[in-house]
Structures are given as structure tokens and as C-alpha cells.
Write a protein that binds this ligand. Sequence first.
Ligand code: NAP
Length: 308
Amino acid sequence: MEKVDYDLVIIGGGPAGLTAGIYAVRAKLNVVLFEKLVPGGQIIITDWIENYPGFPDGISGTDLVDKMVQQAKRLGLKIESNEVISLDLSQQVKKISTDNGEIRSHAVIIACGAHPRKLDVPGEDLFYGRGISSCATCDGPFYRNKTVAAVGGGDTAVQESIFLTKFAAKVYLIHRRDSLRATKILQERAFSNDKIEFIWDSVVTGLHGSNGLEKIVVQNLKTKETKELTVDGCFVWVGILPNTDFIKNAVELDKHGFIITNFKMETSVPGVFAAGDGRKTPLRQVSTAVGDAAIAAFSAEQYIESIK
Ligand code: NAP
């Protein structure tokens, strides 16, 4: 049998990657987890999580991830700061090219996660970090007693807009339709929050300012009327895109770039599994990511046993 560095390489250190790591070390696999930044993934930018069981009062995203990292490390998971550049999956031994060289492994779990989608409106890149943000936890406190806009109608936009009202005097919540996609409990909370003003059927068409963002232009899609809103900041929460550029052509992806798996979390390549937000799935939650990851690690263990 060809020599490998590891039985299993896990790519990504969010809830999916960490959970896969916990299961893999407990299965006594020779495993490493590569994370290019710091472990945590998108939940680091989530202020409060109240639908993950076991925390009756809810828990912050950073605290939850800290606990997951502590648990994984206590069980012996090796976590390395490495960016995976590409995968060569053409042979049974998988070659993982990283910014620290090539690693060879029997199996791979891709838990690469996703990142916030941009609006693609003029001014967005110019003011990113100078008034435009996708992280209320990071940037919300800068807007104490100020006016901000939030764009989107999903769980993220609604939940994070409610969080912003802890600081901001006013939040314009701009959504392209006249009803929200977010879950009902979040909708009810937002509707009863008098700091949130809904701007329905509307999209942002321009972002203007000098040193920082000062004004946004909003167009009503039904009436075609445009208006300017004077704001100190604008938070963009219009969905997520998978972090799968590095595996294009390596495993099968859907037309949006999410990884296609079966119920065992197997991708189109034997020995390669996927879990979490980067996977094609009807629901993206911490609880679904950890569920995916437990299955992916179990499937990886069975695969490794079968080839050894
Ligand atoms: P999402 O559910 O995909 O919602 C994206 C929102 O942005 C939709 O309302 C969509 O409008 C709007 N949108 C998309 N493209 C747009 C554009 N170009 N211009 C203006 N608006 C645009 O994304 P998300 O809210 O980030 O949530 C991602 C996943 O994480 C979901 O599975 C969500 O359930 C989960 N999540 C869960 C929680 C929680 O359970 N508390 C919290 C955060 C996130 P339409 O509605 O018209 O399509």
C-alpha cells in the first residue's frame, strides 16, 4: 500500500470540520484538520445561537466554537493553520496541496463552509470596512445611536437586524419582496421591534459617501421609484456562497458551486466526503452541519477500513 501522511484530512474548522475531527479521533484515525484562518467558520460572526440544543439560554457563536475547539483538542485532534490550494483526487491516495506543501491522505472530508454573498452594487467594494459590513457582532457596536441599513430577508438579515437594534437608533431592513424568508419567530420579533423600519419590494442600487458610507440609493421594484437613505452603515445579508473554488473540477458541484453528496456524505469521488454549509443541502444550521459531519466521519472510517 502506498505511503500516506494521514488516514484522513479534514478541510475547514467550522462546526462541521470540528465535529468530523471529534468523531475521527475517537475512531482512532490518524487525522489532521486544516483551517486557513482561525477555527470557527461563519458562526464566529453570529451573535447569538438559540436553536442549537443543550444551551437553554442560547450561546454566542464565539463561545460555542471555543467549546467545540476545546473538546476536539482535549480528545487529541491535531488542528493546523494551513490553506488548502487544490486537491488531486485522480488516484486512490489523495494529494492535498497546501501553502505548506503537499500532504497525502487515504480520505478527505471537505467542510469548507460558505461566505456572505455580495450585493454587486457600485460602491460596495469601495466602502467595505468603511460602512459596509456583513458582521453585526464585529461592527454593530460602532453604530451606537446611529442609523444603519440591513439588506436581505432571510434568517441572517432578520436575526442580525434585531441584534443591531441593541446599538443603533434605527435599522432600515430592505428586502426585495413583500414578505420575509426568515423563520416565523424571528419575523415576529422583528415586526414588534419599533427600531426596525421595513422597506419592502426594494433593492439597493447605489452606495455613496466620501471617507465612509453616507447614503444609499434604494429602488422600489414595483413602482420603480428611487429614494436616498442617509445611513451611517449598511449590513449586507443576501445569502451565502460556497467556499469551493479550490475544488472546482475535483468533485461534482451543483450549478451554484455547492458540493453534491449522497446520504452517507460521499461526494462523486470515492474516499472524499463533504459536510456543512458548503454541501448542497436544504437547511444550513449548526445542528445540520454537526449531523452531516458525524455521518461523514463514520463513512470515512468505513472507507479507510475497506481499503486498508
Ligand atoms: P438566505 O436564507 O439564502 O436568504 C437570503 C436573503 O437575501 C433572501 O431573503 C433573498 O431574497 C435575499 N437576496 C438574495 N440575493 C439578493 C440580492 N441580490 N439582492 C437583494 N436581496 C437578495 O441566506 P441567509 O439568511 O444568510 O441564511 C443562510 C442559511 O443560514 C439559511 O439556511 C438560514 O436558515 C441559516 N441561518 C439560520 C439562522 C437561525 O436559524 N437562527 C440564522 C442565520 C442563518 P428572497 O427571499 O427574495 O430570495
